[in-house]
Design a protein around this ligand. Structure first.
Ligand SMILES: C[S@@+](CC[C@H](N)C(=O)[O-])C[C@H]1O[C@@H](n2cnc3c(N)ncnc32)[C@H](O)[C@@H]1O
Length: 344
């Protein structure tokens, strides 16, 4: 068995060359002594290795396949590991990773480690900003694998076509969708404000005995994917409307049993609209971004809007359903209207 014999001081540089050129054999162990490091290489005849010494050396076969994290820990140095964000979102076969500025020159290596260790992932893109603008979209930049931005995602017995650049979608909310779905009772008429590519409407339709679900979404690309997703899941009791929640609600003469408001940044702007289509016993799921010691702000917004619209209410539960930023949570306050409005 052979190995590439490299003086220790050149180890980091050569390791990067091997990885970048797909020459490092990840299935065998690297060996070191006081002066040299011995790399297992996939192709010892490769031109790039001509100027280095190749010797007979026994390099052990790795017993267990490494996961991406283990692989990266053997590839990156200490500082780089400290800057590494190991959590990433997977939407279908696209992985969305975050690359710290000081790791920019290692992004392909990081992407390759993920591709090599996740058979289900075909494309790696990186976030190039935060969720932004009225449509709450987030741009990404392709790094490795198939060049595509649309993928098929699965959760809670449903399939969704998602465009990672042009619509909002978060796989991290699948548990929250399940939480809501488990509350829905037979025959409910449900309004999903800000329906996006229709994850909530489709999860609720597929997994509950709701009577009807109406979704309203402003972003035409998200709305169109939502319509495709209804067909993909053979959904019959969901209607999706493309438009502004405030305008569309003015034209509705229906009251709902349950209203979802998954726009945490500005949901309180839409509470008056929600109350226009609410009645006694309507349950509202109100989302907000708040730090742990500020949850009261959400209760205050609900209290103020209920008072203004003549409703009495009872808070049923407050649920943390994700982390938005350090110490800031995405929360959902579930509340029920306990009496008809005195102002309708
Ligand atoms: C945080 S995303 C949630 C999307 C979807 N419910 C989900 O969970 O994937 C909020 C969505 O609200 C939409 N939106 C923003 N303002 C709106 C408005 N005034 N009327 C309707 N939709 C709106 C955005 O385009 C975006 O798709």
């Amino acid at each position: 068995m052979y190995a590439l014999k490299i003086p220790l001081k050149e180890a980091e540089k050569i390791k990067n060359i091997l990885i970048e050129n797909n020459l490092l054999d990840f299935n065998r162990m690297i060996d070191v002594n006081k002066e040299y490091i011995f790399f297992p290489v996939l192709d010892y005849k490769n031109k790039l290795l001509k100027k280095y010494e190749i010797i007979e050396h026994n390099l052990k076969i790795k017993e267990k396949k490494q996961n991406a994290k283990q692989k990266l820990f053997s590839i990156l140095n200490k500082d780089e590991i400290n800057n590494l964000k190991t959590a990433f979102d997977i939407i279908g076969d696209i992985a969305i990773i975050e690359i710290d500025d000081n790791l920019k020159n290692k992004e392909k290596i990081i992407a390759k480690a993920i591709l090599d260790t996740h058979k289900n992932i075909k494309t790696i893109v990186k976030k190039s900003g935060i969720h932004d603008g009225q449509f709450r979209t987030q741009k990404t930049i392709h790094i490795l694998g198939e060049e595509k931005k649309i993928s098929l995602y699965k959760e809670n017995n449903i399939k969704l076509k998602v465009d990672v650049d042009n619509v909002y979608f978060s796989p991290r909310l699948s548990t929250e969708r399940k939480r809501i779905m488990q509350q829905v009772k037979k025959g409910e008429n449900i309004l999903v404000m800000f329906s996006g590519v229709a994850p909530y409407p489709i999860v609720l339709s597929k997994n509950t005995q709701a009577n009807s679900i109406l979704g309203i979404e402003l972003n035409p690309q998200a709305h169109n994917l939502g319509l495709e997703n209804l067909k993909l899941n053979k959904i019959k009791n969901v209607i999706l409307i493309n438009g502004d929640v405030k305008d569309i609600i003015m034209r509705l003469d229906q009251k709902f049993d349950r209203i979802l408001m998954p726009l945490p940044k500005t949901a309180d702007d839409f509470l008056d609209s929600a109350f226009k289509v609410s009645k006694k016993n309507t349950i509202i799921h109100f989302y907000d971004f708040l730090s742990e010691d500020n949850f009261k702000e959400a209760y205050d917004k609900i209290e103020k809007a209920c008072k203004k619209n003549g409703f009495e209410y009872k808070i049923q539960s407050t649920n943390k359903c994700g982390q938005h930023a350090p110490y800031v949570f995405r929360i959902c306050v579930d509340f029920i209207l306990t009496k008809e409005s005195t102002k309708q």
